[in-house]
Design a protein around this ligand. Structure first.
Ligand SMILES: [Zn+2]
Length: 436
């Protein structure tokens, strides 16, 4: 009996060893490094389509592909949102992508281009000396080489002006203005704090277009289509943050309509247009977060005080939300995910806040949640709001990363001087560690 028992044990051991060897060989064949237990757990939770969507359009990658990295399991989205460079800055921008972003496993680059492109469909909207098709193709080539998705951005709905300047769309098509009675020329610096226009319901912040104007989408969609084709892009970022002028009571089309419905309908209309070519929309998340009555304690920019927050339940579930929080916790990402939407947390100048966002995302992705819910916590997208050329000069200057001195100024988010460059450096280091 004892011998029989030992014999069975021996058989079990041989079978176990053989199975282990088979698994090891399979891993070697796939050229994948062995995953930690936590990564294996996360990997089981990810549908293939999530990774297919992260690859270049038309190049689908199955989940067991040798091209998968460890970090793809832990943090599917690693992004940077930044303005497009000037024409003279394109080569330095491509070098930055190649030397800094690619080795740190960044896989999406949101490029705020607005009117800095030689649009053929509406040439009157071009900035002076805009980027050419050849310039964009240089950026496309380097991103394609390193499998980094591109998401071009023109701000839609809001941000059609800044301080005393009306931007190209409303300058050339003033009939699209949601609130023409609020004149850009009347912008008064006394309402700006630290150069930032302050929110007053009946005063100018940034102009919006009227989402119900019958011709506005003919123009906007033509611009999007041209831009998406030249960028060979799957993702389009429409901005749509800080939309304060919406459903103005003096707009003959919008007055009396629920502002959440107006906002959601515009988001859905843009996503529906993109869906026709299999593309997806990204927007900033602030209009979907309730800032009223102290609900979240977040102010008029970071959350909504103008009755748009219930749009969160009305928008198409294909829309991807970039949830920016620069000085506070990003717990709103949980609410966004629970409403069926993919979400990334977005830091800016404050390194401890960026660290908290990253820690939260990694944590939420390993919680005991329904698989599809868990995978809505997609990752981190860093944001830079200065011009790309100036940012890169600062980022490439070693003095930027010297320890801060006592008395250094901080910005409104608790970030020190050059905080955006420091956060990027921090994320680059952390992303590299995630793939070790
Ligand atoms: Zn209107």
């Amino acid at each position: 009996m004892k011998r029989l028992f030992l014999f069975i044990c021996l058989l079990c051991f041989i079978q176990y060893s053989f199975g282990q060897e088979q698994q090891r060989q399979q891993r070697q064949q796939q050229q994948l490094p062995p995953m930690t237990e936590e990564q294996q757990r996360a990997a089981r939770l990810l549908p293939v389509s999530q990774f297919a969507a992260r690859d270049w359009p038309g190049r689908l990658v199955p989940a067991d592909s040798a091209r998968m990295k460890k970090i793809d399991y832990a943090l599917p989205t690693r992004g940077l949102a930044i303005a497009a460079p000037s024409r003279a800055g394109v080569d330095a921008f491509c070098k930055f992508i190649e030397d800094d972003l690619a080795p740190a496993h960044f896989n999406i680059l949101i490029i705020r281009i607005d009117w800095n492109y030689e649009y053929e469909c509406y040439p009157q909207l071009r900035d002076p000396n805009p980027l050419t098709k050849a310039d964009i193709k240089k950026i496309v080539a380097v991103c394609k080489k390193y499998n980094i998705q591109l998401a071009p951005q023109i701000n839609l709905l809001g941000h059609q002006s800044w301080a005393g300047t009306t931007y190209a769309l409303l300058r050339e098509f003033p009939e699209f203005d949601e609130a023409p009675h609020i004149r850009t020329e009347d912008y008064n610096e006394k309402y700006a704090v630290n150069g930032r226009p302050q929110y007053q319901s009946d005063m100018l912040y940034c102009k919006s277009y009227c989402p119900l104007h019958p011709q506005v989408h003919d123009v906007v969609f033509a611009l999007i289509d041209e831009l998406m084709d030249v960028f060979e892009a799957h993702w389009y970022h429409a901005g749509m943050d800080e939309v304060f002028h919406l459903g103005d009571e003096r707009c003959p089309r919008c007055r009396g309509i629920d502002k959440a419905v107006l906002f959601a309908d515009e988001v859905n209309r843009i996503q529906d247009h993109l869906s026709k070519s299999g593309r997806r929309l990204m927007i900033w998340g602030d209009r979907l977060i309730d800032g009223s009555n102290g609900a979240t304690g977040l102010g008029a920019w970071e959350a909504s005080l103008n009755q748009t927050a219930s749009a969160i339940a009305l928008i198409n579930k294909d829309v991807y939300i970039c949830d920016w929080h620069y000085g506070t916790h990003g717990l709103s990402a949980v609410q966004i995910a629970f409403n069926g939407l993919d979400v990334a947390l977005c830091p800016y100048t404050n390194v401890p806040v960026a660290a908290e966002h990253l820690r939260d995302m990694l944590d939420w992705r390993t919680r005991n949640l329904n698989r599809s819910l868990r995978n809505r916590f997609q990752g981190i997208i860093h944001t830079v709001w200065t011009g790309a050329d100036g940012f890169l000069r600062n980022y490439n200057n070693p003095a930027t990363f010297a320890p801060p001195s006592e008395g250094d100024r901080t910005d409104g988010y608790g970030g020190g001087p050059s905080g955006d460059a420091r956060v990027l450096k921090y994320l680059i280091d952390e992303f590299k560690k995630l793939n070790l």
